[in-house]
Design a protein around this ligand. Structure first.
Ligand code: NAD
Ligand code: UFG
Length: 338
């Protein structure tokens, strides 16, 4: 059985390739490298000692996708490919709707044509919006997203739910990720953002390596224990293992299911800064800055459903994630570019 992985060269995709190969699956990867490079896939081969085919292909290119489906016996798809920068999506909404929604529809059309009807999709905790109380539970109301990126995730969830209603042969797993951080413990693959990082952990890592002077903590007057924003930081290797479980479930159960993938614990910005020091002995200089528009006080998952149905829960701590991030960042200060 082969699983087709879109966006497999990216941060979460590359870690999922490792876990899928180690679980014994065959994989086929496609990526347009708009936010990654094929070097990550070469490193996946090095980590696992396993070979697999990968293609430079944009998921909006239906002919290119069809050729890949014709060349391999594909049974299921894990769909990571998409643009993910919240701020950029506000400035470039058409690019985001075209790439994320247009790309997903093109992929689904080719899957239907080739009679492959099992898909695991990268959704996000952002679909819970700003009105729900924590912890977020899968059956809470979704929507109310505040930027085009988040809206693409919400809309793709609806598209996939509608597809399952229209055709009971489909199996869809909507995985709502919380905040993925960390890197593979080999230090060979990790997160390699272009330009100034938007997200907290890569920013901390770049301060630690001397690329940035100090961290700006966006607000210390939130309704949280220390006033800084609280998130559910999940080690990317735990997250990747969640995909292995979700694929196994999706190939055996038809219909649409939703799962939160998080730890179930909230951690503040300052707690993460302290965890980085505890793990690596490196102090991260910071200043308190104004709130970032669109940020919410608290976001963390209720993880009961993933445990009960997928038999999955996280095993790694934020200190593990800080150690692994630093091993990756210090060994690869320019990401895959060196
Ligand atoms: P990433 O940018 O590292 O990976 C996405 C990959 O998709 C990249 O390799 C990129 O080159 C590729 N890609 C983009 N558009 C494509 C297209 N049209 N055709 C082919 N390939 C394309 O991001 P990531 O952090 O690994 O995220 C993976 C998925 O998880 C994304 O869908 C993202 O929205 C979602 N997600 C991420 C987070 C997070 O915080 N990292 C949180 C929730 C959800
Ligand atoms: N933060 C700072 N300084 C920074 C960066 C972030 O203080 O330089 C704070 C934020 O204000 C927030 C916390 O750190 O309180 C986490 O911020 P991130 O940008 O790392 O993550 P978000 O929770 O804002 O968003 C992430 C992804 C979204 C996704 C969401 C939910 O970027 O794509 O998690 O999954 F939708």
């Amino acid at each position: 059985m082969a699983v087709f992985i879109t966006g497999g060269a990216g941060f979460i995709g590359s870690h999922t390739c490792v876990e899928m190969l180690e679980a014994g699956y065959e994989i086929v990867v496609a990526d347009n490298y708009s936010n990654s490079s094929a070097e990550s896939l070469e490193r996946v081969k090095k980590i696992t000692g396993k070979d697999f085919p990968y293609y430079e292909c944009d998921i909006r290119d239906k002919e290119g996708l069809a050729r890949i489906f014709d060349a391999h016996k594909i049974d299921a798809v894990i769909h990571f490919a998409g643009l993910k920068a919240v701020g950029e999506s506000v400035a470039k909404p058409l690019e985001y709707y075209d790439n994320n929604i247009g790309g997903t529809i093109a992929l689904l059309e080719v899957m239907r044509e080739k009679n492959v009807k099992t898909i695991v999709f990268s959704s996000s905790a952002t679909v819970y919006g700003s009105e729900n109380p924590v912890p977020f539970k899968e059956d809470m109301k979704t929507g109310g997203t505040t930027n085009p990126y988040g809206t693409t995730k919400y809309m793709i969830e609806i598209i996939l739910q509608d597809l399952c209603k229209a055709d009971p042969e489909w199996s869809v797993s909507l995985l709502r990720y919380f905040n993925p951080i960390g890197a593979h413990e080999s230090g060979l693959i990790g997160e390699a953002p272009n330009g100034i990082p938007n997200n907290l952990m890569p920013y901390i890592a770049q301060v630690a390596v001397g690329k940035r002077e100090k961290l700006s903590v966006f607000g210390n007057d939130y309704n949280t224990p220390d006033g800084t924003g609280v998130r559910d930081y999940i080690h990317v290797v735990d997250l990747a293992k969640g995909h292995v479980k979700a694929v196994a479930r999706a190939v055996s159960v038809k219909g649409c299911e939703v799962f939160n993938l998080g730890t179930g614990h909230g951690v503040s910005v300052l707690e993460l800064v302290n965890a980085f020091k505890e793990a690596n002995g490196i102090e991260i200089p910071y200043v308190i800055a104004p709130r970032r528009p669109g940020d919410i006080d608290n976001s963390y998952a209720d993880v009961t459903k993933a445990w009960e149905i997928l038999g999955w829960k996280t095993e790694k701590t934020i200190v593990d994630a800080c150690r692994d991030t630093w091993r990756w960042q210090s060994g690869n200060p320019d990401g895959y570019g060196n």
